[in-house]
Design a protein around this ligand. Structure first.
Ligand SMILES: [Zn+2]
Length: 222
């Protein structure tokens, strides 16, 4: 990176340290990138050092006000596959096996616990039925984003999904600590109460949307 003073003279950090008396004031310096001679900005500097990944679209539904904060945070960790599940803890030597705590049939990882596990699948299917959708076999975050629905419908679906994930996660932890797990139907009642409470706060009498009938139906079925 060049350092250019207000007169256009080029210097360098090395020169600056060798000739402190001749250095212009910092406010008169302009920084330019060597690569394309474009001006330096904090953003361009940050972009250079950070890792870049493909931008996702589902974040706008995850971080919306239709969802509760705790399910949002757990949902964000699930989307990033950042929860410390048994597959990772087993690899670290903390557990003696990686078997799923809820079904005991397969290894516990993000894909299994929140999509394929018999216990979770039963709950997801019930909740999806209440929203009149069919749960796919793929990543649910990507599915909601690509689902042919309005933005409002996606927010509601994400709210239901996050609440479901959160309660599955809590049941999994409860099972590990207390060795007790609720039946899927009973857990669904808890999830429905939570979702209904959230939808009620967002559902104003004058709400005008072409999907009002669908929203009414979901709210009433919860
Ligand atoms: Zn399982």
């Amino acid at each position: 990176m060049h350092i250019v003073n207000s007169r256009g003279d080029k210097g360098s950090p090395c020169l600056k340290s060798l000739c402190p008396l001749n250095q212009p004031k910092l406010s008169t310096l302009r920084f330019r990138w060597l690569l394309d001679n474009s001006g330096y900005t904090v953003r361009s500097g940050y972009d250079l050092i950070r890792l870049k990944f493909q931008e996702v679209q589902w974040h706008r539904y995850l971080w919306c006000s239709w969802c509760y904060p705790k399910p949002q945070f757990i949902g964000w960790l699930i989307a990033r596959e950042a929860l410390k599940l048994k597959d990772r803890l087993y690899a670290l030597g903390i557990f003696s096996d990686a078997t799923c705590l809820l079904c005991g049939l397969e290894d516990e990882n993000h894909s299994h616990l929140f999509l394929k596990c018999e216990y979770s699948r039963r709950i997801l299917t019930i909740m999806a039925g209440l929203c009149q959708v069919v749960i796919p076999d793929t990543n649910l975050f990507l599915w909601i984003n690509g689902h042919h629905a309005s933005s409002l419908q996606k927010k509601v679906l994400m709210s239901v999904e996050l609440a479901t994930f959160y309660h599955i996660w809590m049941q999994r932890n409860k099972d590990r600590i207390d060795d007790v797990v609720l039946r899927p139907e009973i857990l669904c009642c808890q999830i429905r109460k939570e979702v209904k409470s959230r939808l009620s706060t967002k559902f104003k009498p004058g709400l005008c949307t072409p999907y009002l009938n669908w929203l009414n139906l979901v709210r009433m079925s919860m």
